[in-house]
Design a protein around this ligand. Sequence first.
Ligand code: ZN
Length: 591
Amino acid sequence: MAMRIPENILEDILSRIDIVELISSYIPLKKAGRNFKANCPFHHEKTPSFTVSPDRQIYHCFGCGESGNAFKFLMRHERMDFPEAVEALAKKAGVILPAQESAVPSRQASLNERLYKVNELALEFYEGNLYGESGAACRAYLGSRGIKPKTAREFRLGFATSRWDGLITYLRSKNVALSLMEKAGLILPKDSGGYYDRFRNRVIFPIFDIRSRLIGFGGRVMDSSLPKYMNSPETAVYTKGKNLFGLSLSKDHIRKNDLALIVEGYMDFILPFQEGVNNLVASQGTALTADQIRLLKRYTHNVVMIYDGDSAGEMATLRGLDMFVEEGMAVKVVPLPKDADPDVLVRRDGPDCLRDKINNAVSLFDFKLKVLKNRHDIKDAHGKSRIAEEMLFTIGKIGNAILRAEYIKRLSEELGVSEGSVLEELKKLKAGPPSRRHDADSAQPPARSVVKIHPAEKLLIKFMLEEKELAERIMQELSPSDFADERTAKVFSLMHDLCSQGKNVEPSVLMNYFGEDTAGQIVCESMFMPDLLGQEREKAVRDCITRIKVQRLRSKREQLHLQIKDAQSVGDKERLGVLFREFHNLLKKGD
Ligand SMILES: [Zn+2]
Protein backbone atom coordinates (compact mmCIF):
# COMPACT_ATOMS: atom_id res chain seq x y z
CA MET A 1 0.00 0.00 0.00
CA ALA A 2 2.15 2.79 -1.28
CA MET A 3 0.17 5.79 -0.06
CA ARG A 4 2.86 8.44 0.03
CA ILE A 5 0.59 10.86 -1.76
CA PRO A 6 -2.28 12.22 0.35
CA GLU A 7 -5.59 10.48 -0.36
CA ASN A 8 -7.40 13.72 -1.06
CA ILE A 9 -4.98 14.47 -3.87
CA LEU A 10 -5.48 11.03 -5.38
CA GLU A 11 -9.22 11.58 -5.17
CA ASP A 12 -8.87 14.99 -6.72
CA ILE A 13 -6.95 13.53 -9.66
CA LEU A 14 -9.48 10.74 -10.16
CA SER A 15 -12.37 13.19 -10.09
CA ARG A 16 -10.84 15.16 -12.95
CA ILE A 17 -10.00 12.19 -15.15
CA ASP A 18 -12.58 10.32 -17.15
CA ILE A 19 -11.63 6.66 -17.31
CA VAL A 20 -13.54 6.15 -20.55
CA GLU A 21 -11.58 8.92 -22.22
CA LEU A 22 -8.32 7.63 -20.78
CA ILE A 23 -8.81 4.02 -21.85
CA SER A 24 -10.19 4.90 -25.26
CA SER A 25 -6.97 6.75 -26.01
CA TYR A 26 -5.32 3.31 -25.90
CA ILE A 27 -7.97 0.90 -27.15
CA PRO A 28 -11.22 1.42 -29.03
CA LEU A 29 -14.23 1.27 -26.71
CA LYS A 30 -17.77 0.49 -27.80
CA LYS A 31 -20.87 1.60 -25.94
CA ALA A 32 -22.81 -1.29 -24.42
CA GLY A 33 -25.74 -0.19 -22.29
CA ARG A 34 -24.46 1.95 -19.45
CA ASN A 35 -20.95 0.66 -19.94
CA PHE A 36 -18.30 0.43 -22.61
CA LYS A 37 -16.72 -2.73 -23.96
CA ALA A 38 -13.56 -3.75 -25.78
CA ASN A 39 -11.40 -6.73 -26.50
CA CYS A 40 -9.28 -7.04 -23.42
CA PRO A 41 -5.79 -5.53 -23.78
CA PHE A 42 -4.52 -7.83 -21.06
CA HIS A 43 -5.47 -11.21 -22.47
CA HIS A 44 -6.18 -12.65 -25.87
CA GLU A 45 -9.84 -12.84 -26.82
CA LYS A 46 -12.18 -12.69 -29.78
CA THR A 47 -15.32 -11.46 -28.05
CA PRO A 48 -15.07 -8.40 -25.81
CA SER A 49 -15.24 -9.07 -22.08
CA PHE A 50 -13.30 -6.01 -21.01
CA THR A 51 -15.84 -3.58 -19.52
CA VAL A 52 -15.47 0.04 -18.46
CA SER A 53 -18.00 1.73 -16.23
CA PRO A 54 -18.29 5.49 -16.65
CA ASP A 55 -20.50 5.70 -13.53
CA ARG A 56 -18.04 3.94 -11.31
CA GLN A 57 -14.88 5.01 -13.09
CA ILE A 58 -13.51 1.49 -13.01
CA TYR A 59 -12.86 -1.32 -15.48
CA HIS A 60 -13.09 -5.07 -15.22
CA CYS A 61 -12.38 -7.97 -17.55
CA PHE A 62 -14.74 -10.90 -17.18
CA GLY A 63 -12.23 -13.05 -19.03
CA CYS A 64 -8.98 -12.63 -17.13
CA GLY A 65 -10.16 -10.79 -14.04
CA GLU A 66 -7.95 -7.75 -14.57
CA SER A 67 -9.62 -4.72 -13.04
CA GLY A 68 -9.06 -1.37 -11.44
CA ASN A 69 -9.31 2.40 -11.69
CA ALA A 70 -7.52 4.91 -13.93
CA PHE A 71 -4.22 4.61 -12.04
CA LYS A 72 -4.29 0.86 -12.27
CA PHE A 73 -5.00 0.96 -15.98
CA LEU A 74 -1.91 3.07 -16.61
CA MET A 75 0.18 0.86 -14.37
CA ARG A 76 -0.86 -2.22 -16.29
CA HIS A 77 -0.95 -0.81 -19.74
CA GLU A 78 2.08 1.46 -19.65
CA ARG A 79 4.05 -0.58 -17.13
CA MET A 80 4.23 2.33 -14.74
CA ASP A 81 4.55 1.92 -11.02
CA PHE A 82 1.97 3.59 -8.81
CA PRO A 83 3.84 6.89 -8.26
CA GLU A 84 4.54 7.15 -11.99
CA ALA A 85 0.88 6.60 -12.83
CA VAL A 86 -0.11 9.22 -10.28
CA GLU A 87 2.36 11.67 -11.75
CA ALA A 88 1.16 11.05 -15.30
CA LEU A 89 -2.52 11.50 -14.45
CA ALA A 90 -1.85 14.49 -12.20
CA LYS A 91 -0.20 16.16 -15.16
CA LYS A 92 -3.15 15.32 -17.39
CA ALA A 93 -5.63 16.55 -14.81
CA GLY A 94 -3.68 19.71 -14.07
CA VAL A 95 -3.24 18.75 -10.43
CA ILE A 96 0.01 19.88 -8.86
CA LEU A 97 1.55 17.28 -6.59
CA PRO A 98 2.99 18.64 -3.36
CA ALA A 99 6.73 19.06 -3.97
CA GLN A 100 7.96 17.64 -0.69
CA GLU A 101 5.88 14.55 -1.26
CA SER A 102 7.18 13.97 -4.73
CA ALA A 103 5.54 10.97 -6.30
CA VAL A 104 8.75 9.08 -6.99
CA PRO A 105 11.08 8.46 -4.07
CA SER A 106 13.22 11.53 -4.59
CA ARG A 107 16.75 10.19 -4.30
CA GLN A 108 16.13 7.42 -6.81
CA ALA A 109 14.24 9.80 -9.07
CA SER A 110 17.04 12.26 -9.17
CA LEU A 111 19.58 9.52 -9.92
CA ASN A 112 17.39 8.24 -12.76
CA GLU A 113 16.86 11.74 -14.06
CA ARG A 114 20.58 12.36 -13.91
CA LEU A 115 21.30 9.15 -15.77
CA TYR A 116 18.89 10.02 -18.59
CA LYS A 117 20.53 13.43 -18.74
CA VAL A 118 24.11 12.13 -18.89
CA ASN A 119 23.08 9.58 -21.53
CA GLU A 120 21.56 12.41 -23.52
CA LEU A 121 24.79 14.40 -23.26
CA ALA A 122 26.80 11.36 -24.33
CA LEU A 123 24.53 10.89 -27.33
CA GLU A 124 25.01 14.52 -28.32
CA PHE A 125 28.74 13.79 -28.30
CA TYR A 126 28.41 10.61 -30.39
CA GLU A 127 26.08 12.31 -32.87
CA GLY A 128 28.49 15.24 -33.11
CA ASN A 129 31.28 12.80 -33.96
CA LEU A 130 29.25 11.09 -36.67
CA TYR A 131 28.51 14.30 -38.50
CA GLY A 132 31.93 15.84 -37.84
CA GLU A 133 35.27 15.24 -39.55
CA SER A 134 36.08 12.11 -37.55
CA GLY A 135 32.83 10.51 -38.65
CA ALA A 136 33.52 10.29 -42.39
CA ALA A 137 34.47 6.61 -42.30
CA CYS A 138 31.48 5.77 -40.12
CA ARG A 139 29.08 7.64 -42.39
CA ALA A 140 30.54 5.75 -45.33
CA TYR A 141 30.10 2.50 -43.44
CA LEU A 142 26.44 3.22 -42.69
CA GLY A 143 25.93 4.11 -46.35
CA SER A 144 27.50 0.84 -47.42
CA ARG A 145 25.04 -0.97 -45.14
CA GLY A 146 22.15 0.76 -46.89
CA ILE A 147 21.27 3.18 -44.11
CA LYS A 148 20.14 6.53 -45.50
CA PRO A 149 21.25 9.74 -43.77
CA LYS A 150 17.63 10.51 -42.88
CA THR A 151 17.31 7.13 -41.16
CA ALA A 152 20.56 7.63 -39.25
CA ARG A 153 19.11 10.91 -37.95
CA GLU A 154 15.77 9.32 -37.09
CA PHE A 155 17.44 6.57 -35.04
CA ARG A 156 19.91 9.10 -33.69
CA LEU A 157 22.90 6.94 -34.57
CA GLY A 158 26.29 8.12 -33.44
CA PHE A 159 29.96 7.33 -33.60
CA ALA A 160 32.53 6.71 -30.87
CA THR A 161 36.04 7.54 -32.08
CA SER A 162 39.05 5.44 -31.18
CA ARG A 163 40.17 7.94 -28.52
CA TRP A 164 40.35 6.50 -25.01
CA ASP A 165 39.07 9.62 -23.32
CA GLY A 166 36.95 11.37 -25.96
CA LEU A 167 33.67 11.05 -24.08
CA ILE A 168 35.27 11.61 -20.68
CA THR A 169 36.80 14.89 -21.88
CA TYR A 170 33.51 16.03 -23.39
CA LEU A 171 31.43 15.18 -20.33
CA ARG A 172 33.97 16.79 -18.00
CA SER A 173 33.63 19.97 -20.01
CA LYS A 174 29.92 19.76 -19.21
CA ASN A 175 30.69 19.37 -15.49
CA VAL A 176 29.53 15.74 -15.30
CA ALA A 177 31.08 13.87 -12.37
CA LEU A 178 33.12 10.75 -13.18
CA SER A 179 31.06 8.80 -10.66
CA LEU A 180 27.90 9.58 -12.61
CA MET A 181 29.53 8.60 -15.92
CA GLU A 182 30.47 5.32 -14.30
CA LYS A 183 26.97 4.80 -12.95
CA ALA A 184 25.67 5.34 -16.48
CA GLY A 185 28.06 2.63 -17.69
CA LEU A 186 29.73 5.01 -20.10
CA ILE A 187 33.26 4.69 -18.72
CA LEU A 188 35.36 1.97 -17.12
CA PRO A 189 38.03 2.20 -14.39
CA LYS A 190 41.63 1.60 -15.41
CA ASP A 191 43.83 -0.78 -13.42
CA SER A 192 46.34 2.01 -13.09
CA GLY A 193 43.69 4.39 -11.75
CA GLY A 194 41.56 6.78 -13.73
CA TYR A 195 38.97 5.87 -16.35
CA TYR A 196 38.55 5.22 -20.07
CA ASP A 197 35.62 5.34 -22.51
CA ARG A 198 33.63 2.12 -22.77
CA PHE A 199 32.70 2.61 -26.42
CA ARG A 200 35.54 3.20 -28.83
CA ASN A 201 35.66 3.04 -32.61
CA ARG A 202 32.09 1.84 -32.92
CA VAL A 203 28.80 2.86 -34.47
CA ILE A 204 26.57 3.89 -31.60
CA PHE A 205 22.94 2.78 -31.40
CA PRO A 206 21.05 4.60 -28.66
CA ILE A 207 18.58 2.42 -26.75
CA PHE A 208 15.32 4.05 -25.68
CA ASP A 209 12.72 2.61 -23.38
CA ILE A 210 9.03 2.38 -24.20
CA ARG A 211 8.58 5.97 -23.04
CA SER A 212 11.39 7.17 -25.30
CA ARG A 213 13.85 7.81 -22.48
CA LEU A 214 17.48 7.22 -23.34
CA ILE A 215 18.54 4.30 -21.16
CA GLY A 216 21.68 2.90 -22.77
CA PHE A 217 23.75 2.27 -25.86
CA GLY A 218 24.82 -0.48 -28.19
CA GLY A 219 28.05 -0.22 -30.12
CA ARG A 220 28.96 -2.16 -33.24
CA VAL A 221 32.39 -2.47 -34.83
CA MET A 222 32.74 -1.47 -38.48
CA ASP A 223 35.12 -4.25 -39.41
CA SER A 224 35.46 -7.88 -38.41
CA SER A 225 37.07 -7.25 -35.03
CA LEU A 226 35.58 -8.67 -31.87
CA PRO A 227 33.40 -8.32 -29.97
CA LYS A 228 31.09 -7.38 -32.80
CA TYR A 229 28.56 -5.84 -30.43
CA MET A 230 29.01 -4.17 -27.09
CA ASN A 231 26.17 -2.87 -24.93
CA SER A 232 25.81 -0.65 -21.90
CA PRO A 233 25.95 -2.65 -18.69
CA GLU A 234 22.85 -2.80 -16.53
CA THR A 235 22.34 0.49 -14.73
CA ALA A 236 19.65 1.98 -12.53
CA VAL A 237 17.69 2.84 -15.68
CA TYR A 238 18.71 0.01 -17.99
CA THR A 239 17.69 -3.59 -17.37
CA LYS A 240 18.41 -5.72 -20.39
CA GLY A 241 15.64 -8.23 -20.00
CA LYS A 242 12.98 -5.57 -19.54
CA ASN A 243 13.37 -3.54 -22.71
CA LEU A 244 13.09 -4.23 -26.39
CA PHE A 245 15.14 -2.28 -28.89
CA GLY A 246 13.00 -0.12 -31.14
CA LEU A 247 9.66 -0.70 -29.44
CA SER A 248 9.16 3.00 -28.73
CA LEU A 249 9.28 3.61 -32.48
CA SER A 250 7.40 0.54 -33.61
CA LYS A 251 4.69 0.04 -30.99
CA ASP A 252 1.97 1.83 -32.92
CA HIS A 253 2.82 -0.09 -36.08
CA ILE A 254 2.72 -3.32 -34.13
CA ARG A 255 -0.66 -2.47 -32.71
CA LYS A 256 -2.00 -1.46 -36.11
CA ASN A 257 -0.73 -4.62 -37.81
CA ASP A 258 -1.64 -6.76 -34.80
CA LEU A 259 1.68 -8.48 -35.41
CA ALA A 260 5.24 -8.09 -34.15
CA LEU A 261 8.21 -9.24 -36.17
CA ILE A 262 11.11 -10.19 -34.00
CA VAL A 263 14.57 -9.80 -35.45
CA GLU A 264 17.96 -10.13 -33.81
CA GLY A 265 20.26 -7.17 -34.31
CA TYR A 266 20.06 -3.40 -34.58
CA MET A 267 20.68 -3.49 -38.33
CA ASP A 268 17.99 -6.13 -38.77
CA PHE A 269 15.63 -3.62 -37.25
CA ILE A 270 16.74 -0.43 -38.93
CA LEU A 271 16.93 -1.54 -42.54
CA PRO A 272 13.44 -3.07 -42.84
CA PHE A 273 12.05 -0.17 -40.79
CA GLN A 274 13.57 2.28 -43.25
CA GLU A 275 11.94 0.42 -46.11
CA GLY A 276 8.48 0.48 -44.57
CA VAL A 277 8.36 -2.82 -42.66
CA ASN A 278 7.78 -1.06 -39.35
CA ASN A 279 6.19 -3.54 -36.97
CA LEU A 280 9.47 -4.88 -35.57
CA VAL A 281 11.42 -5.28 -32.40
CA ALA A 282 15.01 -6.46 -31.99
CA SER A 283 15.83 -9.10 -29.43
CA GLN A 284 19.48 -8.00 -29.47
CA GLY A 285 20.56 -11.52 -30.16
CA THR A 286 19.32 -13.17 -27.00
CA ALA A 287 16.27 -15.19 -26.12
CA LEU A 288 13.43 -12.97 -24.97
CA THR A 289 12.56 -12.89 -21.29
CA ALA A 290 9.05 -13.23 -19.88
CA ASP A 291 9.13 -9.50 -19.09
CA GLN A 292 9.91 -8.62 -22.68
CA ILE A 293 7.19 -10.92 -23.97
CA ARG A 294 4.62 -9.33 -21.69
CA LEU A 295 5.77 -5.91 -22.78
CA LEU A 296 5.14 -6.92 -26.36
CA LYS A 297 1.86 -8.57 -25.51
CA ARG A 298 0.35 -5.19 -24.76
CA TYR A 299 0.44 -4.40 -28.45
CA THR A 300 -0.27 -7.74 -30.09
CA HIS A 301 -0.72 -11.44 -29.46
CA ASN A 302 0.87 -12.46 -32.74
CA VAL A 303 4.57 -12.75 -33.35
CA VAL A 304 6.72 -13.88 -36.21
CA MET A 305 10.28 -14.76 -35.34
CA ILE A 306 12.74 -14.01 -38.09
CA TYR A 307 15.91 -15.99 -37.68
CA ASP A 308 18.98 -16.47 -39.71
CA GLY A 309 19.37 -20.04 -40.86
CA ASP A 310 21.93 -20.99 -38.24
CA SER A 311 20.15 -20.15 -35.07
CA ALA A 312 16.62 -21.10 -36.16
CA GLY A 313 17.42 -24.79 -35.99
CA GLU A 314 18.86 -24.64 -32.52
CA MET A 315 16.81 -26.49 -29.94
CA ALA A 316 17.58 -23.82 -27.36
CA THR A 317 16.15 -21.18 -29.68
CA LEU A 318 13.03 -23.22 -30.25
CA ARG A 319 12.53 -23.81 -26.56
CA GLY A 320 12.77 -20.07 -26.08
CA LEU A 321 9.70 -19.77 -28.27
CA ASP A 322 7.69 -21.91 -25.90
CA MET A 323 7.59 -18.93 -23.61
CA PHE A 324 5.40 -17.09 -26.12
CA VAL A 325 3.07 -20.07 -26.20
CA GLU A 326 2.96 -20.03 -22.45
CA GLU A 327 1.91 -16.38 -22.54
CA GLY A 328 -0.95 -17.28 -24.86
CA MET A 329 0.59 -15.78 -27.97
CA ALA A 330 0.54 -17.19 -31.48
CA VAL A 331 4.07 -17.76 -32.78
CA LYS A 332 5.23 -18.28 -36.31
CA VAL A 333 8.74 -18.68 -37.62
CA VAL A 334 10.54 -17.41 -40.71
CA PRO A 335 13.79 -19.27 -41.14
CA LEU A 336 16.07 -17.28 -43.41
CA PRO A 337 18.74 -18.87 -45.54
CA LYS A 338 22.18 -19.05 -43.99
CA ASP A 339 24.01 -15.69 -43.96
CA ALA A 340 20.88 -13.79 -44.93
CA ASP A 341 19.93 -11.46 -42.11
CA PRO A 342 16.78 -9.40 -42.60
CA ASP A 343 18.96 -6.38 -43.27
CA VAL A 344 20.93 -8.19 -45.98
CA LEU A 345 17.73 -9.54 -47.47
CA VAL A 346 16.05 -6.14 -47.62
CA ARG A 347 19.13 -4.48 -49.09
CA ARG A 348 19.66 -7.17 -51.70
CA ASP A 349 16.12 -8.23 -52.63
CA GLY A 350 13.95 -5.38 -51.39
CA PRO A 351 11.34 -5.19 -48.63
CA ASP A 352 8.73 -7.16 -50.58
CA CYS A 353 10.92 -10.22 -50.43
CA LEU A 354 10.90 -9.98 -46.65
CA ARG A 355 7.13 -9.35 -46.66
CA ASP A 356 6.65 -12.47 -48.76
CA LYS A 357 8.57 -14.55 -46.32
CA ILE A 358 6.57 -13.13 -43.43
CA ASN A 359 3.31 -13.98 -45.19
CA ASN A 360 4.55 -17.53 -45.60
CA ALA A 361 5.75 -17.95 -42.03
CA VAL A 362 5.10 -21.40 -40.61
CA SER A 363 3.57 -22.11 -37.22
CA LEU A 364 5.90 -22.98 -34.38
CA PHE A 365 4.34 -26.45 -34.30
CA ASP A 366 5.12 -27.15 -37.97
CA PHE A 367 8.51 -25.58 -37.81
CA LYS A 368 9.63 -27.42 -34.72
CA LEU A 369 8.32 -30.69 -36.08
CA LYS A 370 10.29 -30.19 -39.27
CA VAL A 371 13.51 -29.49 -37.40
CA LEU A 372 12.95 -32.56 -35.25
CA LYS A 373 12.20 -34.77 -38.22
CA ASN A 374 15.50 -33.72 -39.73
CA ARG A 375 17.23 -34.61 -36.54
CA HIS A 376 15.56 -37.87 -35.58
CA ASP A 377 14.22 -40.83 -37.53
CA ILE A 378 10.45 -40.61 -37.31
CA LYS A 379 10.08 -44.24 -38.42
CA ASP A 380 12.13 -45.53 -35.55
CA ALA A 381 10.53 -46.04 -32.13
CA HIS A 382 13.32 -44.27 -30.33
CA GLY A 383 13.19 -41.31 -32.74
CA LYS A 384 9.42 -41.11 -32.32
CA SER A 385 9.68 -40.84 -28.60
CA ARG A 386 12.34 -38.12 -28.83
CA ILE A 387 10.21 -36.11 -31.23
CA ALA A 388 7.13 -36.62 -29.08
CA GLU A 389 8.98 -35.45 -26.00
CA GLU A 390 10.15 -32.19 -27.58
CA MET A 391 6.79 -31.48 -29.22
CA LEU A 392 4.84 -32.20 -26.07
CA PHE A 393 7.04 -29.76 -24.24
CA THR A 394 5.53 -27.07 -26.44
CA ILE A 395 2.01 -28.49 -26.61
CA GLY A 396 1.87 -28.76 -22.83
CA LYS A 397 2.27 -25.01 -22.60
CA ILE A 398 -0.76 -24.22 -24.73
CA GLY A 399 -3.46 -22.86 -22.47
CA ASN A 400 -6.33 -23.29 -24.92
CA ALA A 401 -7.71 -26.83 -24.55
CA ILE A 402 -9.14 -26.99 -28.06
CA LEU A 403 -5.89 -25.90 -29.64
CA ARG A 404 -4.02 -28.37 -27.47
CA ALA A 405 -6.30 -31.22 -28.52
CA GLU A 406 -5.85 -30.25 -32.16
CA TYR A 407 -2.06 -30.38 -31.89
CA ILE A 408 -2.17 -33.67 -30.04
CA LYS A 409 -4.25 -35.10 -32.84
CA ARG A 410 -1.83 -33.82 -35.44
CA LEU A 411 1.19 -35.07 -33.55
CA SER A 412 -0.32 -38.54 -33.20
CA GLU A 413 -0.98 -38.57 -36.95
CA GLU A 414 2.57 -37.49 -37.74
CA LEU A 415 4.03 -40.11 -35.45
CA GLY A 416 1.57 -42.81 -36.48
CA VAL A 417 0.61 -43.62 -32.90
CA SER A 418 -2.70 -43.38 -31.08
CA GLU A 419 -3.86 -40.08 -29.57
CA GLY A 420 -4.24 -41.93 -26.29
CA SER A 421 -0.55 -42.71 -26.03
CA VAL A 422 0.40 -39.14 -26.92
CA LEU A 423 -1.95 -37.89 -24.23
CA GLU A 424 -0.47 -40.31 -21.74
CA GLU A 425 3.00 -38.95 -22.44
CA LEU A 426 1.71 -35.43 -22.03
CA LYS A 427 0.36 -36.28 -18.61
CA LYS A 428 3.75 -37.70 -17.66
CA LEU A 429 5.39 -34.46 -18.62
CA LYS A 430 3.05 -32.71 -16.24
CA ALA A 431 3.56 -29.51 -18.15
CA GLY A 432 -0.11 -28.72 -17.84
CA PRO A 433 -1.65 -25.35 -18.65
CA PRO A 434 0.48 -22.23 -18.33
CA SER A 435 1.81 -21.76 -14.87
CA ARG A 436 0.80 -18.72 -12.88
CA ARG A 437 3.72 -16.51 -12.17
CA HIS A 438 4.13 -14.48 -9.07
CA ASP A 439 6.78 -11.89 -9.55
CA ALA A 440 5.67 -9.11 -7.30
CA ASP A 441 8.34 -6.69 -8.40
CA SER A 442 7.37 -6.80 -12.03
CA ALA A 443 5.04 -4.00 -13.04
CA GLN A 444 3.46 -6.22 -15.65
CA PRO A 445 0.51 -8.31 -14.48
CA PRO A 446 0.96 -12.02 -14.02
CA ALA A 447 -1.62 -13.99 -15.98
CA ARG A 448 -4.37 -14.08 -13.42
CA SER A 449 -7.54 -16.08 -13.27
CA VAL A 450 -10.79 -14.58 -12.17
CA VAL A 451 -10.91 -14.50 -8.40
CA LYS A 452 -13.32 -17.14 -7.18
CA ILE A 453 -15.19 -16.12 -4.10
CA HIS A 454 -18.57 -17.09 -2.79
CA PRO A 455 -21.02 -14.83 -4.67
CA ALA A 456 -22.79 -13.88 -1.45
CA GLU A 457 -19.63 -12.25 -0.12
CA LYS A 458 -19.06 -10.33 -3.32
CA LEU A 459 -22.67 -9.27 -3.60
CA LEU A 460 -22.62 -7.85 -0.09
CA ILE A 461 -19.51 -5.83 -0.89
CA LYS A 462 -21.35 -4.47 -3.92
CA PHE A 463 -24.37 -3.45 -1.84
CA MET A 464 -22.13 -1.81 0.70
CA LEU A 465 -20.32 0.16 -1.97
CA GLU A 466 -23.57 1.27 -3.52
CA GLU A 467 -25.52 2.36 -0.50
CA LYS A 468 -24.09 3.97 2.57
CA GLU A 469 -27.01 3.14 4.87
CA LEU A 470 -26.97 -0.44 3.78
CA ALA A 471 -23.24 -0.56 4.44
CA GLU A 472 -23.78 0.61 7.99
CA ARG A 473 -26.47 -1.99 8.59
CA ILE A 474 -24.33 -4.79 7.21
CA MET A 475 -21.35 -3.70 9.28
CA GLN A 476 -23.44 -4.00 12.40
CA GLU A 477 -24.38 -7.55 11.56
CA LEU A 478 -21.10 -8.91 10.31
CA SER A 479 -17.45 -8.64 11.16
CA PRO A 480 -14.44 -9.27 8.88
CA SER A 481 -13.88 -12.72 10.37
CA ASP A 482 -17.32 -13.80 9.10
CA PHE A 483 -16.01 -13.71 5.55
CA ALA A 484 -14.55 -16.99 4.37
CA ASP A 485 -12.29 -15.36 1.81
CA GLU A 486 -9.51 -13.25 3.26
CA ARG A 487 -9.74 -10.80 0.37
CA THR A 488 -13.39 -9.97 0.88
CA ALA A 489 -12.57 -9.74 4.58
CA LYS A 490 -9.89 -7.18 3.76
CA VAL A 491 -12.24 -5.07 1.65
CA PHE A 492 -14.87 -5.27 4.35
CA SER A 493 -12.54 -4.17 7.10
CA LEU A 494 -11.05 -1.35 5.02
CA MET A 495 -14.56 -0.06 4.32
CA HIS A 496 -15.32 -0.35 7.98
CA ASP A 497 -12.29 1.80 8.86
CA LEU A 498 -12.98 4.41 6.19
CA CYS A 499 -16.66 4.69 7.00
CA SER A 500 -15.95 5.18 10.69
CA GLN A 501 -13.58 8.01 9.73
CA GLY A 502 -16.29 9.48 7.52
CA LYS A 503 -14.18 9.00 4.40
CA ASN A 504 -15.13 8.47 0.79
CA VAL A 505 -15.70 4.83 -0.11
CA GLU A 506 -16.29 5.14 -3.84
CA PRO A 507 -14.98 2.05 -5.64
CA SER A 508 -12.44 3.94 -7.74
CA VAL A 509 -11.05 5.65 -4.65
CA LEU A 510 -11.04 2.46 -2.62
CA MET A 511 -8.79 0.87 -5.25
CA ASN A 512 -5.97 3.25 -4.29
CA TYR A 513 -5.59 1.52 -0.97
CA PHE A 514 -4.83 -1.86 -2.43
CA GLY A 515 -1.88 -1.27 -4.72
CA GLU A 516 -0.84 -4.68 -6.05
CA ASP A 517 -3.03 -6.55 -3.58
CA THR A 518 -5.54 -8.80 -5.40
CA ALA A 519 -8.14 -7.84 -2.83
CA GLY A 520 -8.55 -4.62 -4.82
CA GLN A 521 -9.77 -6.68 -7.73
CA ILE A 522 -12.80 -7.73 -5.71
CA VAL A 523 -13.96 -4.14 -5.41
CA CYS A 524 -14.25 -3.89 -9.19
CA GLU A 525 -15.46 -7.40 -9.74
CA SER A 526 -18.32 -7.01 -7.31
CA MET A 527 -19.36 -3.69 -8.86
CA PHE A 528 -19.90 -5.47 -12.16
CA MET A 529 -22.26 -8.06 -10.70
CA PRO A 530 -25.85 -7.79 -11.90
CA ASP A 531 -27.87 -4.96 -10.36
CA LEU A 532 -30.73 -5.74 -7.99
CA LEU A 533 -33.39 -3.23 -7.08
CA GLY A 534 -36.15 -2.73 -4.49
CA GLN A 535 -37.64 -5.84 -2.91
CA GLU A 536 -35.32 -8.12 -4.74
CA ARG A 537 -32.35 -6.23 -3.38
CA GLU A 538 -33.68 -6.27 0.18
CA LYS A 539 -34.18 -10.02 -0.03
CA ALA A 540 -30.71 -10.54 -1.50
CA VAL A 541 -29.12 -8.64 1.36
CA ARG A 542 -30.87 -10.87 3.91
CA ASP A 543 -29.98 -14.00 1.99
CA CYS A 544 -26.34 -13.02 1.70
CA ILE A 545 -26.00 -12.24 5.39
CA THR A 546 -27.64 -15.52 6.34
CA ARG A 547 -25.54 -17.48 3.91
CA ILE A 548 -22.32 -15.94 5.17
CA LYS A 549 -23.27 -16.66 8.77
CA VAL A 550 -24.20 -20.25 7.98
CA GLN A 551 -21.00 -20.72 6.05
CA ARG A 552 -19.05 -19.32 8.96
CA LEU A 553 -20.69 -21.71 11.42
CA ARG A 554 -20.14 -24.62 9.12
CA SER A 555 -16.45 -23.95 8.73
CA LYS A 556 -16.08 -23.45 12.48
CA ARG A 557 -17.76 -26.79 13.00
CA GLU A 558 -15.50 -28.49 10.50
CA GLN A 559 -12.51 -26.99 12.19
CA LEU A 560 -13.66 -28.18 15.60
CA HIS A 561 -14.34 -31.59 14.17
CA LEU A 562 -10.76 -31.85 13.02
CA GLN A 563 -9.46 -30.63 16.36
CA ILE A 564 -11.56 -33.22 18.15
CA LYS A 565 -10.24 -35.99 15.94
CA ASP A 566 -6.77 -34.75 16.64
CA ALA A 567 -7.29 -34.70 20.40
CA GLN A 568 -8.84 -38.18 20.26
CA SER A 569 -5.89 -39.62 18.42
CA VAL A 570 -3.44 -38.44 21.09
CA GLY A 571 -5.88 -39.20 23.92
CA ASP A 572 -5.94 -35.65 25.33
CA LYS A 573 -9.06 -35.95 27.50
CA GLU A 574 -8.90 -32.50 28.99
CA ARG A 575 -8.76 -30.82 25.62
CA LEU A 576 -11.50 -33.10 24.32
CA GLY A 577 -13.80 -31.88 27.08
CA VAL A 578 -13.23 -28.24 26.13
CA LEU A 579 -13.73 -28.95 22.46
CA PHE A 580 -16.95 -30.89 22.99
CA ARG A 581 -18.43 -28.07 25.01
CA GLU A 582 -17.55 -25.64 22.26
CA PHE A 583 -19.06 -27.97 19.71
CA HIS A 584 -22.38 -28.17 21.56
CA ASN A 585 -22.55 -24.41 21.95
CA LEU A 586 -22.04 -24.09 18.25
CA LEU A 587 -24.80 -26.57 17.45
CA LYS A 588 -27.27 -24.57 19.53
CA LYS A 589 -26.47 -21.46 17.52
CA GLY A 590 -26.47 -23.25 14.19
CA ASP A 591 -29.06 -24.15 11.66
ZN1 ZN B 1 -8.86 -9.74 -19.89
